[in-house]
Design a protein around this ligand. Sequence first.
Ligand SMILES: [Zn+2]
Ligand SMILES: [Zn+2]
Ligand SMILES: [Zn+2]
Length: 1308
Amino acid sequence: MTQGSPSSSGLRQRTSNADNRPKTPPRPTAISPATFYGTDSSSRKQGSSYTSYIPPDQFREPELVEDTTANNTWDSWGGATTTDWGESNDYTANAATWDEPSILRKITIDGREEDEELHWYDADLRALKRRPGPGVLPPLLADILHDPDHALYSVSTQPHPPLATSPTPHTPTADEVRTAIPHPNAYYCREHNGWVLLLWRSSTVLPPLVKDPEAPLPDQARRRVTTSCVGDDEQPFGQVNVTHHWHRYEKAVDATKLNPPYSHGDLLLDLYLCCQCSTYCLVSDVIPGVIPLPLMDEFTREKIANPAPDKSPRATAVAAWETVLTILDNRLWRDEKRSLPISRNKFRTKIGWNENVAQVFDSLGFPLENLSQGAQKAGELALHPPPIDSDTPEGAASRKKLLRAWVELSAWLVIFEKNKEALKSYNAMVLHAQVDCVRDLYQMGIGAHVTQISRDGLPDALQGYTALDASWKSLGMTPSMYTWERLAFAYLAQCRCDPANTMVYFSHLVNIVNAMINLRIDVPDELQKLIIEERERCRFTPEDCARAASTLGFGRDGELGVDLDADVDDEFIAQAWRSARQRAWQRSDAHTRRAALNDALKIVAEARGSKALLKIWSEEKGSGMSPETAYSTLDVPKEVDEAMLLAIYSMRVEDQPSQAERMREALSVIAEVTNSERLRQFLATGADPGDGTTVNASPEMPRGLNQLGNTCYLNSLLQYFYTIKELRDAITPMATTDAKSLDDSKFTDEDLRRHRVGGRLVTRREIMRSKKFVSLLADLFWNMKMCENAAVTPAVELAKLALVTSQDEEEDETEADKAGTDSSNDTDATLVDDMAVAARPAFDCSSSPLQSPKSPSGSVLGKRPREAESAMDVDARSQTMSLSPRSSPPTTDSVASSKGHEATSFIEEAIASSSSSSVMTAKRPAEGANADTDVEMKDESQVAKAPPPLPPRKARQTDDSVMMFGRQHDVSECMDNCMFQIETALLDFQGMATSDDDKTSPVKRLFYGKKRQRLIALSPDDDARHQSSIHEKEDLFSHLHVNVADEGFDLYDGLARYFDDVVEIGGMKKRMEVSLVDLPPLLQIQLQRVQFNRETQQAYKSQAYVKFGETIYMDRFLDSANPEKKARSKVIFAELTAARERIQHLTQGKHAPFAPAFANVADFLSKQDVLDLPSDEGFLSSLRSEGELITEQLRVEREKTAQLKAQIEDIWKDDTSAAYELTSVFIHRGSSPSWGHYFFYSRNLPEHPDSWFKYNDSDVSAVSKDEVLADTTGSTANPYMLVFVRKGCDAIDTVHRFNPEIDLEEAT
Ligand SMILES: [Zn+2]
Ligand SMILES: [Zn+2]
Ligand SMILES: [Zn+2]
C-alpha cells in the first residue's frame, strides 16, 4: 500500500513524470499496472499508453499522418491494421470540399463525414458505417459514473495499533484488513454506504467483453491514433477534438475477469469508450455496504433527531456509530464473545434500542436472543456476537462481513467527521482508516475536471433552468459545461456518432438556442450560424416535420384528408407533391410555394428515411426556376412537343456542356410543369422512352417529322408534299435560295403585274416570304432524304410560314404599329407576358429577311387579329374579302378577283345549303337585295371555290395560351397557304407566261382541274319565267368536297351530291349541277366533317364512315359522260336520296329512333305501377305493332337504298377510263372539330402499291392496306382528305431516300 493520497500522487505523477511516456490519465496507484489485467506492461509494453512516441519536429498537417503510420509500430498489435487511417484522410479531403468559413468546420472535431451526415437517413449507409450511437461528454459521464452530489473516496486502512492484550488466535492479518476493501479500484460513498468499482485508463487493448456489444464499438483504428483527447501531450498532432466523446456499453465487462479480479461475487461493469481516443472507463453499480443504507440512514437520522443532552446532534450520531464500530473492533481484535444485553443502561445511552437498531445489528450478524443461562435476569434480550473463526465457513463468512463493516464504518465516520464544526468539541475516537476523495482524480481521468473543462460559461439566466434538462442530456452534456463551442461539439459529435438521430439532436440544439433567445440571452453568432448552416443542410425539428406534412396536404385539415403515417406509401406522397407543385403555378406566390413544397418533401423523405422519395425529390425538384425560365433556358416555345424538346435539349447540352446542369434543370422543370412521364423517364434513365411506339429507322423507311406544337396536320401535309415527285423536284433546287437571291428589287412592278396567284397579284414581300418558305421546305426535303435518324425536325420558321398567311402577318404588324408596339418593349422582361417569353421560337427568326426584326413576338406566333370569331366565321372572312381586294385569301382555287366575289359567295352558299338534313353545315345568311345580281356571272371565267365551313374558334386569348401558333389552323387553310407560297415562289419571271391557268406551275399542273357549274331553276315556273336563269360557268378546282353527315354513304354518293345538288339562293331553291371538264393528275377530295348543329349552335365533327376503295372512276362525273346514263342515274339517285331521307327521319329525327321508342313506351306502360292507369291492352298492342311497323319500314327502305345503289353502279360499271388510285389518306382523330391528332397514310408508290406507310409525326411505320381502308364506324379516327392519283400517272414517289448507287451516279 502506498502512502499518501492517491489523488495527490496521481497529480504528482502527471507533473513529475520525466520519461517519454505519453501522459496517461492519473489513476489510483493502489494496484500496480503490472498486475492489473495481467498485462505485463513492464516486459511487453503493450498498448499505446506505453509506446514510445517521438513527436514530429514541426507541426504537421493531418494528411502527412499517413507517412508516420507507414512506419508506426502499432499496427502489428491489436489485430487491426492502420489502413483505417483513411478516415483521417477523409476528413482532410472533406475539409477541402466543405466550405472553410463554415462554422461546421470551425469546431474542433474529427471523424465526421460529409456524405454520411448528408445521408443520415440512409439506413444502409448507417449499417455500413457502424457508428457507435449516442455519446456523452466528460462532465455528464462524471455525473453518470456516480451521483454528482456524492463524493467517492479511496479508502486505505491503517495498521491497527498494538492492543493492550496480546493478539488472539483470530486477530485479522494486515492482508485481511486490506482486502476488506472490495477491490483496489473500489471507492467508498458515504451517502450510499457502498462502493463503486471505477477505473479508467488509456489503452489500445480493450478489457475482455462479456458479449458482443449491442451497439457497434467505435472504430478502434481511430481510437488508437490518439492516447487521449484531453491533455496537450496526449495528442500527437494537436487537439482534434474539443473533448472526449464517451460511449456506453452497459454491463459489458465481467469484474471477476479483471486483474486483480473482483472476488466478492458476480459483478458486471459498464464500459465507456471514447470514440476518439484510447481512453476507456469501467464502472460498476453501487456495491452495497454490509449495513443496508436505509438502516444506516435511519440510525443516523434518529440519533440526530434525539441528541444526547451533552452532545450536538451530529456528535450524538458519531458517538452511536463509534459504539457500533467499537463492538466490531472488539469482536475482531479482542475476540470479544460476550453478548450485548440491549436493555442495559450503557447500551441504551450509547446506541439506544429500536427496531432499526435491531436490524442494523442483524445485518452485522448479531442475532437478538435471550441472554444465556446464568445471567442475572432470565429472559433478558441480548445481541450475540457471530463466530469469526475462519476454520468454519460460517465463521469465515462473518469474519469477512465484520471486517468489511468495520472498514465501511471507519470510512463512514472519517468522512462524517470531516465536518468538524458540526461535531464541535466532540472528542472522536481514533479511526484506523484513511479516506481520500477521488472526485478530482476520476474527473481528471475522464476529462471532466474543472481544470480540463471549465464550468463558468453558462449564462446566468440558464442557471437552474430545468426546461432544457432533457436537451442538454440528449446532447450528452451538462448545462454547467456550456460554451458555444462545446455545445456545437456535443451536437456535431452526436450527429457523427449517432446519425440516425440527427434530427433529434438538431431539435435539442434548436431548443437550447430558442430558450436563450426567449430568455434574452445573447446567442453567440457561432451558434446562430451553426443553426443556419444546419438548416441549409435540411436539418429539421419534429415541428418542421409536422409542418412539412401539412404543407404537402396531410393532416386532418389537409387537402389530402389523411395523416402522414406509416400506412401512406411513398408513391402517394410523391403524387401529392407533384400535384401540389403543379397547382402552385396558379398562385401568385408560386415560387415561394414550390420551394416550400420541395423543402417539405425533402423533410418528409428524410424523416421517413425513404431513398425512393429522395430520388424523386432530387430528380424532379428542379429549382426555383420558373417554367418561363426553363423554356427560355432551352430556348424552346412553350408548346414544343416532347420529341422536339428532347432533341433540342440534347443539342443544347452538346453545344454548351458547361450549361448542361442548367439545361437539365430546365428540362426537369418542364417535365414537371407538363407532368410528362416521358420527360421524367428521360431524366431518370437518360433515354427517351419515346411516345409509346417503336420507331423504325431503317434506311428504306421514310423519315418521320418531329412535332412542333400543335402542328401534326402540318406534318401530314409536309409528308404529303414530299411524296409528290414533281413537286419535290421543283422545290429541291430552291434550297440554295440565299439572302442575296432573295433581293426583292429584281422584280419590277411590271413583273409583278404579269403574275397572279390565287387569282390575285402578289406583292414583293409575299414573293420573298414564299421563297423563304420554299427554301426551308427544300431544306426539310433534303433532310428527309438524307437523314439517318428516324425523324427530322422541321424549322419553326417553316411551320410559321406554313401556318400564318402573309395577310395575317401584315395585319398583326399593322395592329402592332397602331398599338405603338416598340421592339424595346419586347426586350423588357417585365413587359413581356408569359406567352411571349415562353413561346419564343426555338430558332432564330430575326435573320429572316422577310421578318421585321422589330415585329412583336405576337406576330411570330401568328396571333391572328380577328376578333369575334364565331360559327359565322365564314361571313367575317368573306366580308374582309369583299372590302379589301388585297386581303382575299390565297386559296389555291380561289382565283376570283374582287369583282368575282359575288359569284364566290353564291357558290359558297349553294354548297353550304346543300345539306338536306336537319343538321346543317354552317350557312351564310342570304345577302338580301344582292341575291339576284349574285347569279349574274356571264363575265366571270373564274369563280372562287366555296371555302369549307370553318369550325367555330375558341376565343383567341384561350388559344394563344394553349397553342404555339395562336390556334390550330384549318387544315385546308394551311394547305392553301402552302400551295399559294409554293406557287408564288415558283413564279417564272423570266418566262412570258401570264395566264392564271398556265400549266408551267407544277402546282397548277398537279392539283388543278376544271369544272363546269350550272345553276338551274328548280321549279318549271321559274324556268318559264326566266329562261336566262340557267347560269353556267367554268372554274378551276383543286379539291372536291364531300359533305360527311350521315351513315351509309360511300365516296360515290358523296361526290354525286357534290355534282348535283339542290341549293337555296335568295330564298329560291335551285339545282346546281357540276361536271368535270378537265381532271388533274392528283385528285384531292376533302371529306367535310365539320358540321354545324343549328339546334345547339355548335359545330361538331361528324364521325360518319364514308366507304372508299383503292380505286375510283370519275367517268360518271365528267362533262363528257353519256347523257343518257347521266339522266338515268340522276333519276335513281333522286329515289335513293328520298329513301335515305326517310331512313334518316326515322332514325335521326327529333324523337328518333322511333321503332325502339314505341317498343319502350309499350314496355314502360305495361310494367309501370306508379300511376293508376286503366289497363288498355289494345293501346299497348297498337304501340307495339306501330313499332314493328316502323322497323319493317326501315328494313324495306334500307333494302331499297341498297338496290338503288346497285342500279347506279350497274349503269356505270363499264365506264372506267377516268380511273384514279388512292394514294394518300389524311386522318383526324378526335371528337372536337378544332382539336385532335392528325396523321397520314401514304401508299408506297410506285414500287409497292399494296403496302402503305403510316406517318404519325416522328413515327413512320409500314401498315397494311386493310388498316387504311378499314371501316371506321365507331372510331373517332377517320379521313378528312383523300388523294387519288390518275392511273398511269407516276406523280407519286413515296419513299425517296438517298440511294448511293443512284444518287451518286446522277451526281457524276
Ligand atoms: Zn453515492
Ligand atoms: Zn477521448
Ligand atoms: Zn462518439
